[in-house]
Design a protein around this ligand. Sequence first.
Ligand code: CA
Length: 237
Amino acid sequence: MSNAPTPPLAPLVMIVEDEGPMRRFLRSFLSGSGYRLQEAASGAAALQLAAEKAPDITLLDLGLPDMDGQDVLIKLRSWLKTPIVVLSVRDQDTQKITALDHGADDYLIKPFSTGELLARIRVALRHAAEQRSGVESSVFESADLKVDLAARRVFVRQTEVHLTPIEFKLLSILVHHCGRVLTHQHLLQEVWGPKRSQSPQHLRVFMAGLRRKIEPDPAQPKYLVTEQGVGYRLAME
Ligand code: CA
């Protein structure tokens, strides 16, 4: 008999999706990737299942038969602390922004690649774990970019680059949420505060300055990625 310790339970994913084929596809590929699963085919079932099973992460379709997915999101987010990733055919910017403002951690447009979904799930779960432990690394590194949040220093290929205070603030917010899309509104509020009325255009100016300093090719950003009409994301390797 082996005395090997029991491995920790795989994360529990709640799939909220009314379409059978899509649910089966997610089930086979996520269970094949080692996740435990629970499934709900309606908004009401999702709310009940979440309360009973406390999923580690929720994949939420917005087009549900009994409730609008945005309302399900608001209800879940009122108490559920774990990540919620929206998977939707709704590709309008307003739907994405609304979902992110309602507390979705991420938003993927169907059809998406399985690799992309797995990457987003990993990012969301890692953020949640960091938040729970209260330990967030103060140094971010991806490819040639290194951001030392505590020392407020930024390096590109080991050479220090000097950022303005606003540029550093913008970059540090993106680092805190790396891999996740942040809406223009979210970034504007965090950088300039809720009372200021800077526009997305204002943000674009500072983002352009930041890209010139840290991107190998500012015209084709590899770190500071534009989410068209929605906001920005700091891409990770
Ligand atoms: Ca649907």
